[in-house]
Design a protein around this ligand. Sequence first.
Ligand code: SF4
Length: 221
Amino acid sequence: MSVHNGLAANVVPPNGFHFIQQLKNGKTHKIEGANSWAELEHQVLRFRLEQISLVDPERADPDHVAQDIRDYVCANFPTSCVDRSFQVVGSSTLGQSYAQDTGGDPSDNTFRKFIPLIQRIAEWLGNLGQEPKPFTTPAEADKRANTCTTCAYNVRWETTCGPCVQNVKMETVRILGTRKTRHDDNLRGCRRIGWYNRIAVWLDTDKMADQSLPDKCWHKA
Ligand code: SF4
């Protein structure tokens, strides 16, 4: 029997490959139309990233998606459930495919290597919340931006997931409004911290006492 994520790959459950997504407002949203468990995982992850403010941002990653789908199927459609204890954390094929998509650094264990940068940025944006943020001065933002553009951790975050990219871009406009630095065209994601430098350089946040940050990092205490 072919098994995917502890589920029988060839046993289609009633109503097809689908998942009931719980929303923060207490409602649910049915995700359906997939032709396989792997496709359903991509659909659920995409939904969570696109609708990050409606769902638990902590579960908008490949491993939690795979785990939630398996738990849902095993609780409701036992004939499709092969192994309830199937372990996917840190090893899901979904996570690996997204890591390849984003050029993740496989030699770097401390940077949540199987979590694509776009997903970390989406989580970070979700944790920022909806309230207006205190901003630093344009001169300081410009100085920070200049530092990021010369840093090896300033890397591309966009993937082929159009809606996921659009979500980050829309949040950027919502948070920053018309704020710009002279270096915006070269500001990318920070692979070390997991945020979008274009937004981060403007935020009036506490510095990080983390010796593993590069010495020149403006965020290092
Ligand atoms: S490590 Fe610091 S300087 Fe480098 S990209 Fe990230 S925020 Fe910018």
